[in-house]
Ligand binder design. Structure first.
Ligand SMILES: CCCCCC/C=C/CC(=O)SCCNC(=O)CCNC(=O)[C@H](O)C(C)(C)COP(=O)(O)OP(=O)(O)OC[C@H]1O[C@@H](n2cnc3c(N)ncnc32)[C@H](O)[C@@H]1OP(=O)(O)O
Length: 723
């Protein structure tokens, strides 16, 4: 697991080996500590270089141990890693970290224990523990501010953001960056510093810098952490731990760091976030009913892509492709959109510290379909209109190379219908990006009934290359994410009819941890989006059958509130009014609107609805259980392969708070029997709302004794699956 060999006579090269990411399990930490001590005791050794095996330094402590998936008591785990870092720092011979790939979490803490750090130009460094509901507990919160100062340390520890080697150099986190062989550079460097005094290189002995505005910095960091993830414990604990570096001697700071970690580790939030971590890896392991899967189906190389339509979605997709180094042909008739996408690319290039030209030269704008002919993959991102998309797919099928993959960014439409319009249905898949597509980490890959393994593999792989988590789902209206959103939004509207206000519902959801409540979200995305979908489905507008009552559709309860707002021209932020009032068209600050409250009063009176007081629990249960209930139906039908897929979709695509794990994780944590009983209760009260009827799968799981969520995926394999 950790060996050392001598190179160039006096340099001990220690290699940390624990594939795939050289995670520091308790056993590996102990082994490496022994190797460090042996090298230090070897009189032929003057200096040590520490590197990782297989092109990466270290992915941190072993998360399986932290999550309790491998049985190692917390004290043993922490003490092994802390002892390792302490031993490295205390070594009487210089230790140089040779960082390539990643140095994350405990891996970076280990590097902070080293006396010098050399990084490869492509390396990434960071302390992502906060994203696992934890904090760096091997001295990271105490050493980092002593090295890079408080502003940077607070930001990096509390957000978990990782930095490039270049940024690390600018911060003083590494001493040297090389684009050549990192081991070579580190050995060279080590020989130069072999005789340097080490006292000032031991971060634990350095006095922390004390900026004059430290109190303000800490206060701002705390408020930011609280705002960013409402109700999340870890970001606050991270700030508290870094603050200790300013106020306490190193050893006491370390002790506080470990006490905070000991409180976080067994918390429900940490469990939920670690579940999310593994869920995001499980979803990459897709399979299709015919037996094709991620292992046996190689993806096709995408060396040139095309995007059709540079509206909000198409622009983000084009930027994502360019950022990943993929040349793009972008087809758009509106010149204004070309200017917008050009400006976006320039901004992105600046963010990545690249020249604007390095991005702009990868895009070719065109009006001609024949220019798409050479693309390996086309992503269509035109207006959400099935007839228009079908026409386009038929044309693409004639004009593109016979092996070009045709992908649609539709968020709800029938991918099989698009495939049927082409002469290559096996090369058609949905690639549902989320807005803004260059920011959001989720990609729903929609597998049509005839999509081939190579098409699915290529779309899944491309998502990963774009830095996204790809989740394979089967084709059905709304796929997984938007299909589940429908009952959630509907419940919220019913609650308004029954006496709630948009701000009351939103406040409950935001207290739960959503970045935005359902009404603020709907104002942001635009009320007309759902209105169009409802019109197409015959639920709103001229397509509603004559004689249908305002509050019923197909024999079930229906709320026309959103349709009525659209008819009043209240489309959300874009028109300056929707469920809330804004400063003007395009405004962002939502304030309650007296007009809307009058409108709701009149509406209730018109329909004989007596408003009642609705408590927080009812808001939460009706919205979230209706949503999760649809999730069970999706699993039952095999539209998604497991709860991890749904939870990943919701956490990465819909702002579900990661510290609550996702909708399926949440209901499992609440307890399936309790959720079933509340759904039965609401169903009795609202017999005309089918979404409140508990799904067969929920009943089945309760009847089976509510197995843990980790077993659902296996159990579902016995049911009908489209994936
Ligand atoms: C009881 C002990 C107490 C210790 C106290 C000290 C506390 C220290 C805290 C920490 O260090 S927490 C860990 C912090 N590190 C991270 O959060 C990094 C997590 N990993 C990643 O971000 C990525 O995996 C990666 C390292 C950037 C590699 O990405 P890549 O896309 O190349 O591969 P993946 O598919 O993500 O991962 C491959 C494989 O490896 C598993 N894995 C990754 N990191 C860890 C880890 N730190 N521990 C255990 N396993 C890890 C991952 O689950 C995949 O496994 P699979 O089985 O192939 O799906």
């Amino acid at each position: 697991m950790a060996q050392y060999s001598r190179v160039r006579g006096s340099v001990a090269l220690l290699r940390l080996t624990n594939p795939p990411v050289n995670a520091l399990s308790a056993a590996v930490s102990r082994d490496l500590e022994r190797a460090v001590r042996s090298a230090c005791a070897d009189s032929a050794v003057r200096v040590l270089v520490l590197r990782g095996h297989g092109g990466t330094f270290c992915g941190g402590a072993d998360i399986r141990e932290l999550a309790g998936l491998v049985d190692v008591p917390f004290r043993v785990g922490v003490s092994s890693l802390v002892a390792l870092v302490d031993a490295v720092e205390a070594a009487e011979k210089p230790v140089v970290a040779a960082i390539e790939g990643v140095a994350l979490g405990g891996g970076l803490e280990l590097a902070l224990g080293c006396h010098f750090r050399i990084a490869h130009g492509q390396a990434r460094l960071g302390l992502p523990e906060v994203t696992l509901g934890l904090l760096p507990a091997a001295g990271g919160t105490q050493r980092l501010p002593r090295l890079v100062g408080f502003p940077a340390a607070l930001e990096l520890v509390a957000t978990g953001r990782d930095v490039s080697a270049e940024e690390a150099l600018a911060l003083g986190l590494v001493d040297h960056v090389t684009d050549g062989d990192v081991e070579e550079a580190a050995v060279e460097f080590a020989r130069r510093v072999a005789d340097e005094p080490l006292a000032s290189r031991r971060l634990s002995t350095r006095p922390p810098p004390r900026p004059a505005d430290l109190d303000t910095l800490l206060q701002v960091a705390l408020e930011r952490a609280q705002r960013r993830a409402r109700g999340a414990l870890a970001p606050v604990a991270c700030v508290q731990a870094v603050r200790a570096a300013a106020t306490l001697p190193f050893t006491q700071g370390l002790q506080l760091e470990q006490e905070l970690m000991a409180a976080l580790l067994p918390s429900n939030q940490a469990r939920a976030m670690q579940y999310c971590f593994f869920a995001q890896r499980i979803v990459g392991k897709w399979s299709l009913p015919g037996g094709a899967n991620w292992r046996n189906s190689p993806a096709r190389a995408v060396s040139r892509a095309a995007v059709i339509g540079l509206g909000t979605m198409g622009r983000g997709i084009a930027v994502s492709l360019v950022r990943a180094g993929i040349p793009v042909v972008a087809m758009e008739t509106d010149e204004k959109q070309l200017r917008v996408v050009t400006a976006m690319l320039e901004r992105e290039a600046a963010k990545q510290r690249r020249s604007p030209d390095s991005y702009l030269q990868l895009v070719q704008f065109t009006l001609e379909r024949r220019d798409l002919g050479d693309a390996d993959l086309v992503v269509e991102a035109v207006f959400e209109d099935l007839a228009l998309k079908k026409r386009l797919f038929a044309e693409l099928s004639s004009s593109c190379r016979p092996d070009t993959l045709l992908c649609s960014n539709t968020s709800a439409l029938d991918v099989d219908a698009l495939a049927a319009a082409t002469r290559r249905p096996e090369l058609v898949v949905g690639m549902h990006f989320f807005a803004p597509a260059h920011v959001m980490k989720l990609l729903e890959v929609v597998c049509g009934a005839r999509s081939s393994p190579v098409a699915v593999a290529t779309a899944m792989q491309l998502g990963k290359r774009l830095g996204k988590v790809s989740v394979a789902v089967a084709n059905c209206p709304g796929f997984a994410g938007n299909r589940m959103l429908k009952p959630y939004v509907e419940q919220a509207s019913f609650l308004l009819e029954e006496g709630a206000t948009p701000q009351q519902v939103d406040a409950v959801l935001e207290d739960f941890g959503f970045a935005m409540g359902v009404f603020r979200m709907s104002d942001l995305s635009g009320l007309d989006v759902g209105w169009r979908v409802r019109e197409e489905a015959g639920l709103a507008g001229p397509t509603v059958p004559p004689g249908e009552s305002a509050r019923r559709r197909h024999g079930c309860r229906y709320s026309p509130l959103a349709d009525l707002l659209c008819e009043h021209g209240r489309l959300g932020q874009k028109t300056g009014r929707g469920w809330y009032l804004y400063e003007g068209p395009g405004g962002r600050a939502a304030t309650p609107d007296p007009w809307l409250h009058d409108f709701l009063d009149q509406y209730r009176r018109r329909h004989g609805l007596r408003p009642r007081r609705i408590d927080q629990q009812e808001v939460l249960e009706r919205c979230l259980y209706a949503l999760a209930n649809e999730g069970f139906r999706i699993l039952e039908e095999g539209v998604a392969a497991g709860p991890e897929d749904i939870d990943t979709i919701y956490v990465l695509g819909y702002g579900w708070p990661a510290h609550r794990g996702g909708p399926m994780y949440h209901v499992a944590a609440v307890g399936l029997p309790a959720v079933l009983s509340r759904l039965e209760h609401f169903r009795r009260l609202h017999p005309d709302v089918p979404q409140l009827r508990p799904s067969a799968l929920l009943r089945h799981l309760v009847a089976e004794g509510s197995p843990p969520i980790s077993r659902w995926r296996e159990l579902l394999k016995g049911l009908r699956s489209q994936l």
